[in-house]
Design a protein around this ligand. Structure first.
Ligand code: ASP
Length: 324
């Protein structure tokens, strides 16, 4: 039986070489490290893959370094609209929410949709009231504001708008503006996949979407088979990148189909998808995946992807750049 394993990502993109100081790198790797350790502790106590990916993505959502939950990017209208999905590889049940602006942890709301509704995907106000009626925590819009994302949005709209005072930004936000991966060219979705000690797989993905997106735009993250997918027969996977390309190519389902019908390994199928198929759709980004034997794959066609792996009773391994 392979060891229970958790794999996470915090988005892929273009490296900002000027910002590669060891101090800033340390901030990102420490955040990934700490989340992996908490996930591994849960898994080593016999928790399900579903619980492990829910915890890991909730922690990534709470960390302002990443574009999900607190730290989500701004839409063109200056609002936050978040998407998330979760899938259980054993039952093949899935839940997702899209275009929500007040849910502190969108991934937990997606799980509520999976477990307490007869639907797969709820959006907007209906998703928020459904989740709140099942105990999900709501936040005022200011909760999701971070100085980094606000400035990023200002640059994107090329307005000279009022700049908030950097002095008031907390340490994380201050450093996030110097992120190793360029925040202006980064796909900042977060995600987790896990294999538990019972041999089951699960996947979870959560995002603020693309900076300066049109209000109402929904990306791949909450679309089952595009940004999130899990099937015990093949693999659990979470994507980050150009959402429209992942949707048009049904990227994650394509990987699962290659594995199931062509008997390709996760590594072969995911490399083919990310390096060959996705670019034909104009897509940039990457995925994380794990199969039932504990094989993992983390291909990306950008310069970097925040990522990490932990097998229980072993130390977490985290990386940002290619060839690491
Ligand atoms: N895939 C996400 C989206 O299109 C963006 C990202 O990965 O950051 O919404």
């Amino acid at each position: 039986m392979p060891a229970a394993t958790l794999v996470i990502h915090g988005g892929a993109g273009t490296l900002l070489r000027s910002a590669m100081t060891s101090e800033i790198e340390h901030l990102y790797t420490e955040a990934l490290h700490s989340i992996l350790k908490q996930g591994a502790t849960l898994l080593s106590g016999g928790a399900s893959a579903l619980d492990a990916v829910t915890l890991a993505v909730s922690l990534l959502e709470d960390c302002p370094l990443f574009n999900a939950g607190k730290g989500s990017v701004y839409t063109r209208a200056g609002t936050h609209e978040m998407d998330a999905a979760i899938m259980d590889g054993e039952s093949l049940r899935a839940g997702a929410i899209a275009g929500v602006s007040h849910l502190r942890n969108p991934i937990q709301a997606a799980r509520l949709v999976m477990q307490h509704s007869e639907h797969v995907l709820l959006c907007g106000a209906g998703a928020e009231s459904f989740a709140a009626s099942h105990g999900a925590q709501l936040e005022a819009p200011q909760y999701f504001h971070t100085e980094t994302r606000y400035q990023q949005w200002q640059r994107a709209t090329q307005q000279s708008g009022t700049h908030l005072d950097h002095d008031t930004a907390n340490l994380l936000e201050k450093h996030a503006s110097d992120a190793p991966i360029d925040p202006d060219k980064k796909f900042g979705t977060v995600g987790a996949v896990a294999l538990d000690s019972a041999g089951n797989l699960a996947a979870a993905t959560s995002t603020g979407g693309m900076s300066n997106k049109l209000p109402g735009r929904i990306g791949d993250s909450p679309i089952i088979g595009a940004g999130c997918y899990a099937d015990n027969r093949t693999a659990a996977m979470s994507a980050t990148g150009t959402g429209e390309a992942f949707m048009r190519s049904l990227a994650l389902y394509d990987i699962a189909a290659q594995m199931r019908y062509l008997q390709r390994s996760l590594a072969e199928a995911s490399a083919h998808c990310i390096m060959d198929i996705l670019p034909r759709y104009g897509g940039r980004g990457g995925i994380i995946g794990i199969d039932r034997a504990g094989n993992i794959a983390l291909p990306f066609n950008t310069e970097g992807m925040y990522r990490g792996v932990v097998r229980i009773h072993e130390s977490p391994v985290v990386a940002i750049y290619a060839n690491q």
